[in-house]
Write a protein that binds this ligand. Structure first.
Ligand SMILES: [Fe+2]
Length: 203
């Protein structure tokens, strides 16, 4: 058994004009595939090849030292991108509803306040990384940011929404204008899926 890149639930061009077709194709088929290939190379022949990526990332210290950095980077890349593809989609955007909407209001006061803080976290992540909406064991949400492909799972948090701010996620269309990409991202957030992730983690 080995790790696999999940199929997209929509076409490469489905997120136009917010995320362009070429970026989706390269990002999914090349970047994500490279994380998976390097993860598989690292864990091949070990018990970790049979584990869930979530469980591996929650306890990186259990990974043998000689492959730990590769698993952290490429396993993180695999998990983070798998979540990313699920929580964006066509005919999406708008505002959340359901349980996660209540948690967002409780934490930030309003959706607009959340949007402002999430955007700032994404904009201010220096270099490559992610901004996240995460929840804790009690259901409270907060905004975090990680460098490179580090996953909130490794910090004991459950990610329910993430924006990839590596240049590979936006440079073809937005070049240096990361703020424009972040603003556009809000039009493709699949809040139904975000709510499902939030609620499933409650179980
Ligand atoms: Fe990416």
């Amino acid at each position: 058994m080995s790790f696999k890149v999940p199929d997209l639930n929509y076409d490469y061009n489905a997120l136009e004009p917010y995320i362009d077709t070429a970026t989706m194709q390269i990002h999914h088929d090349k970047h994500h595939a490279a994380y998976v290939a390097k993860l598989n190379d690292a864990v091949n022949g070990t018990d970790f090849a049979e584990k869930q990526i979530e469980d591996i990332l929650k306890n990186l210290n259990a990974v043998p030292e000689n492959i730990r950095t590769v698993v952290r980077n490429h396993g993180g890349g695999h998990f983070n991108h798998s979540l990313f593809w699920k929580t964006i989609g066509p005919k999406a955007g708008g505002t959340p509803d359901g349980t996660v909407a209540k948690a967002i209001d409780a934490a930030f006061g309003s959706f607009d306040s959340f949007k402002e803080k999430f955007s700032a976290a994404a904009l201010n992540r220096f270099g490559s990384g992610w901004a996240w909406l995460v929840r804790d064991a009690n259901g409270a949400v907060e905004i975090t940011s990680t460098a490179n492909q580090d996953s909130p799972l490794s910090d004991g948090k459950i990610p329910v929404l993430g924006i990839d701010v590596w240049e590979h996620a936006y440079y073809l269309k937005y070049q240096n204008k990361r703020a424009d990409y972040i603003a556009a991202f809000f039009n493709v957030i699949n809040w139904k899926e975000v709510n499902a992730l939030y609620e499933n983690a409650l179980k």
